[in-house]
Write a protein that binds this ligand. Sequence first.
Ligand code: CS2
Ligand code: MG
Length: 412
Amino acid sequence: MRITKAEVVVTSPDRNFTTLKLTTEDGITGLGDATLNGRELAVVSYLRDHVVPMLIDRDAARIEDTWQLLYRGAYWRRGPVTMAAIAAVDIALWDIKAKAAGMPLYQLLGGASREGLMAYGHASGKDLPELFDSIREHQEQGYRSIRVQTGVPGLKSIYGIASNARLDGDQGVRYDHEPAQRGALPAQEDWDTRSYLRHVPTVFEAVRNEFGPELPLLHDAHHRMTPIQAAQLGKSLEPYDLFWLEDCTPAENPEALRLVRQHTTTPLAIGEVFNSLWDYQQIIREQLIDYVRSAVTHTGGISHLRKLVEYAAQYQIRSGFHGPTDISPVGMAAQMHLGLAIHNFGIQEYMQHGARTNAVFQQSFTFEDGLLHPGDQPGIGVDLDVDEAGKYPYEQAYLPYNRLADGTVHDW
Ligand code: CS2
Ligand code: MG
């Protein structure tokens, strides 16, 4: 089963997506997601200029060998660009293998370990009334677990807060419907950690009073605290029983989590900006986290993410795969197959793509009663409408960044 064609498709229906499409001599096609938010074209070049020539005429059945060739053979290992490119190839090859076998991918990965995947959505509001409306809107959509982000008094604009949050698609401002804003330069936002640390526990107290003790609640700190600040936040949130506190400290210093762990029993999730098993090795071995946040798209594909979660399983650490809108429907579907098959699934982030994106990527996965299911079409179950994709050329877009009141650039 030789690969005869490898095309890199860039489209920007609601935001930019990079997709690899492989075709075999038998006419089987496979899709892989290589979207790296705000740095999309770097992966396009990596694929087109350096990977595609190596794929032509290779045996599409040799998934592990292709992974090792691209990873070890490059000399330059790891990094978000390399690992997103390898992910796209790996996902596309699993799609082809499952189509050739006539099975949905999760069957090849060992079959379903559960009926569906518990998903969480993003509720946000600049104040409590707006936040409560957003939580209710998510519950009406079927979500049984909810991430909570709010504005902080005194700060004008903060990442993760929609001022007109909508779930239904095309109108309104949805902050992370398009987490990277289109434009020639990145937008600047504000940050003040002391105000944030004072405010967040009051928000969770209000949410618990309004919505009761049952609803699983999550919170994302976007890497903005020092270890001792993160410890303080984890401790002050303990009465509100969070499902997890995400990305409490910056990714480069895994040892910071030791200090956080010593002070709080709030469960910790980390890793959406990690890109390999080796980034997690120490924090898994030392049991410093509870959930692995990687996405299949940014962690070398199905083959590598599976090894990562199986390693995590030895330490009772579960999956919490990254699923914002910058993971394309191809990446989302691929990680749903993996999540359905593994034993140590935890939760799946799911934000829902807009109508234009859904017209470009036709999907067979479903979201019903709060549970995702990848569907039973052979392969990963997503088709790319190339003509539709062609209507939306790439547009420059960046994630925002933030500065403190004195002008210092702060951590993401
Ligand atoms: C967030 C994302 O989903 C999350 O947990 O951290 O919105 C993230 O900021 C973007 O995916 C960055 O590309
Ligand atoms: Mg996050």
